[in-house]
Design a protein around this ligand. Structure first.
Ligand code: TGC
Ligand code: FAD
Length: 390
């Protein structure tokens, strides 16, 4: 069945975008309609991760804001956001792949890497020839990465890495991993671990009820010898990985708008077509309340992310502003998905509509990249000056 889609723009936000932004958005939207929408339900139902990194590279979705010299597209932050929005309209797994590769792998290599590291890794990551992943979370340290146990010791021209990371998007298919680990003085450092290094394995995590079209796994390091040229030279401390998260969380704030728009559009369409008690569902006040609240919250989220994008373009977005947008917009999208699912009645649980899949995916998105409550505490810290974490 061909699925129709009409993206809501209730506040004429297109007027805030450039011609280039709209061309980029429309081309990614068309790609998603042609290549993701027809196959995504099968991948999610079968728990069969998508294998689309090269295609994402071809459409310029990998490292959109990385300079062209390194294979990126040299675009601005609004373009990056719009690309994430369109990809997540298809499925959070698609946006996850693109945002991990762009913000969590290419961004740190570009920002913290040596020129040799940039030239070695970035062009192949931008084209999708290589898949990257990002290892911060550990079995015993999720919300509190400062406590990480993964560590390395200096052995002259190389270091020896031990430890384990958990819940790592794309680890089972990754060619390289950007890994955060402590040195002998207990400082957090970043290094690139490559597939094939002895003692490095990436077991897959099975039986997820969420992000079923995405591969998730572990990173296990057993005396892995990593050459010193793979270590980021200067960056030390938690601000290294957290800077990458700023970029990825920003992208998520846009991405989830795409999922919410898909749910809203599906519910609006269904409720005008489906008749009960002799009239369309959309004619009942309770259904209109749901639709009116959805479009209000989507519009507010669109404005929040657009403004954040302009701040990011000017290099003025604070981490706390990014936390607010990530938290607000993911919660908005989950609420829209839950309400939209109800509006379709029994059909809302079926794979021929995207809503239940988006809803299940968003249960991961509300947890990863900092949980809903952690982002609230970041805002609390920002407005009071008192950290609830200490
Ligand atoms: P705290 O003492 O506040 O800060 C330590 C140092 O870090 C600096 N900093 C930041 N720098 C850049 N950006 C940020 N957002 C920053 N937040 C803090 C800070 O200035 C300080 O620097 P310095 O120079 O003084 O050392 O740190 P804390 O230990 O109290 O922790 C703060 C907390 C809880 C907010 C932080 O740990 C946190 O954000 N926890 C959540 C963990 C998280 O988000 N994990 C995500 C893992 S990756 C992932 O989920 C990928 S999913 C991908 C997908 O599939 O799409
Ligand atoms: P915990 O930290 O154990 O938290 C459990 C609950 O306790 C949460 O509700 C949390 O909000 C609450 N809590 C914790 N501390 C506090 C506090 N101080 N005050 C109040 N409440 C608190 N990580 C990576 O490094 N790379 C990846 O690519 C990656 N991909 C992921 C993909 C998926 C599908 C998932 C599900 C996770 C992924 N993650 C990844 C990990 C993700 O970032 C963590 O799951 C997340 O940071 C939360 O950590 P945790 O699961 O250990 O939960």
């Amino acid at each position: 069945m061909e699925r129709k889609y009409s993206a809501p723009d209730y506040y004429q936000i297109d007027d805030l975008l450039s011609e280039e932004h709209i061309i980029i958005r429309e081309s990614v939207r068309d790609w998603v309609s042609q290549h993701i929408v027809p196959v995504i339900d099968d991948h999610a139902q079968q728990h069969k991760p998508l294998n689309i990194m090269r295609q994402l590279g071809e459409i310029g979705a990998l490292g959109p804001y990385i300079p062209e010299k390194y294979g990126g597209a040299g675009l601005d932050q609004i373009s990056y956001g719009l690309i994430m929005q369109e990809l997540e309209r298809g499925d959070s797994a698609v946006r996850s792949s693109a945002s991990v590769q762009s913000s969590l792998v290419m961004y740190p290599i570009f920002t913290f890497g040596t020129e040799e590291q940039r030239m070695k890794f970035l062009p192949k990551l931008a084209s999708g020839e290589w898949v990257g992943c990002f290892g911060l979370t550990e079995p015993n340290h999720g919300s509190n990465p400062a406590g990480m146990e993964t560590h390395f010791v200096d052995k002259g021209d190389h270091v020896v890495l031990n430890g384990a990371k958990m819940w790592i998007t794309n680890s089972p298919v990754a060619d390289i991993a950007v890994v955060w680990a402590k040195d002998e003085s207990g400082k957090i450092r970043g290094l690139v671990v490559e597939r094939g290094m002895e003692g490095f394995t990436t077991p897959e995590t099975h039986n997820k009820w969420s992000l079923r079209a995405s591969a998730t796994g572990e990173l296990v390091f057993e005396d892995v010898k990593v050459p010193k040229e793979n270590i980021f030279p200067e960056i030390k401390g938690l601000k290294g990985p957290l800077s990458c998260l700023n970029s990825a969380r920003y992208g998520i704030s846009w991405g989830v708008i795409g999922a919410a728009m898909d749910c809203y559009d599906t519910a609006l369409r269904y409720s005008t077509e489906r008749q009960q008690f002799g009239r369309p569902l959309a004619g009942f006040q309770l259904q209109q309340k749901k639709l009116a609240e959805m479009i209000t919250e989507i519009t507010k989220a669109q404005l929040l992310s657009w403004r954040l994008g302009t701040l990011k373009n000017a290099d003025k977005a604070s981490p706390a502003q990014i936390s607010m947008a990530k938290r607000n917009n993911v919660h908005m999208a989950l609420t829209v998905a839950r309400e939209a699912r109800q509006m379709l009645g029994g059909m809302g649980i079926m794979g021929e509509y995207p809503i239940m899949r988006h809803m299940a995916n968003l249960e991961s998105v509300v947890t990863y990249e900092g949980t809903h409550d952690i982002h609230l505490l970041i805002t609390g810290y920002d407005v009071t000056g008192i950290s609830a974490f200490e």
